[in-house]
Write a protein that binds this ligand. Structure first.
Ligand code: ZN
Length: 302
């Protein structure tokens, strides 16, 4: 049984842009985000509030939020690493922040310079600050399916983080395959297990397409009953800590699959393809998406 409706969260403005050497201006980002809203997306990851030295491409996230005309019914979320990030988010009008921690100790050390336990110790302060500022807060778990440091990640390690999030009152949790090591069978098994064990959680899946498994993993997630997925325009992106990392699974490719299978998203695919074309031009690069090259199935009828 596949879901009738799926929510695609466009994470390109954060996950896609953060690895590029070319920095987009505030106006370029605002235009892109407005295009994304216009295409029908209801959840957008606008940027991150990490230290500008650590992620230079995200240094203007505060300015982008200030300049955006936030539309009712659209979630504009920002990634935060610590309480300072939550403060910055609150100050610029961001209403939804997302914490991140890795299930892989090696990855967490490389990415955040802390062990997972040290990271989690700082989360309560972030949650309290978010609530004081009337902001929503969610959590993500990187590398729950595999890591270049430890290879396999025991499911108990993922559960420990889920339980910590629940203890803090966080019920929206994203499983983020930043290493691109997840396989569909495993995704279905892990997600089925997690849904059964923690029925109160709203799950989001986030796949990188490093080994071409992104779209198959989304299908496997849907088979497990999950219907929220992060994708990135044109497949732009990578991960600075993972060798050969590719971007997120490609928004327009996933959307094309869902459209063709009759699964509702509320998103206009032609507008989405135009956004990917714009990204290709902005970065003067050939993007990995299939639909961008081959067109849609329905184009063949013309
Ligand atoms: Zn990612």
């Amino acid at each position: 049984m596949l879901p009738e409706k799926v929510v695609l969260c466009e994470v390109g403005p954060r996950d896609g842009l953060q690895n590029e050497d070319k920095l987009l201006t505030v106006d370029e980002k605002v235009d892109l985000i407005n295009d994304i809203v216009d295409a029908g997306f209801k959840v957008i990851e606008v940027g991150s509030f990490m230290h500008p030295k650590a992620v230079p491409a995200m240094a203007n996230t505060d300015e982008v939020f200030k300049k955006l005309d936030l539309k009712e019914g659209v979630e504009y979320r920002g990634l935060v690493g610590n309480a300072k990030g939550v403060e910055r988010a609150a100050a610029c009008g961001c209403k939804k922040v997302k914490l991140n921690i890795s299930a892989s100790k090696g990855h967490n050390l490389a990415n955040l310079n802390k062990t997972p336990e040290e990271s989690m110790a700082g989360f309560k302060e972030c949650v309290d600050l978010a609530h004081q500022n009337n902001m929503e807060i969610s959590g993500s778990i990187s590398m729950p399916f595999g890591s270049p440091w430890e290879y396999k990640i025991p499911v108990e390690d993922v559960e420990k983080i889920v339980e910590k999030y629940l203890e803090l009152g966080i019920k929206e949790i994203s499983l983020s395959d930043a290493s691109g090591m997840a396989m569909p069978k495993q995704v279905k098994e892990v997600c089925t297990h997690m849904k059964e064990k923690y029925p109160e959680v709203k799950w989001i899946l986030h796949f990188h397409n490093t080994r071409g498994m992104g779209i198959a993993n989304i299908y496997a997630g849907m088979e497990a009953g999950i219907n929220w997925f992060d994708t990135s325009f044109g497949g732009l992106g990578g991960c600075p800590f993972v060798p050969g990392a590719a971007g997120n699974v490609v928004t327009e490719d996933v959307l094309h699959m869902l459209d063709e299978m009759g699964i509702e998203t509320g998103i206009n695919i032609d507008k989405t393809i135009e956004i990917a074309k714009k990204i290709g031009k902005l970065f003067n690069t050939e993007l990995p998406g299939f639909i961008l090259k081959a067109g849609k199935n329905t184009d063949l009828l013309k």
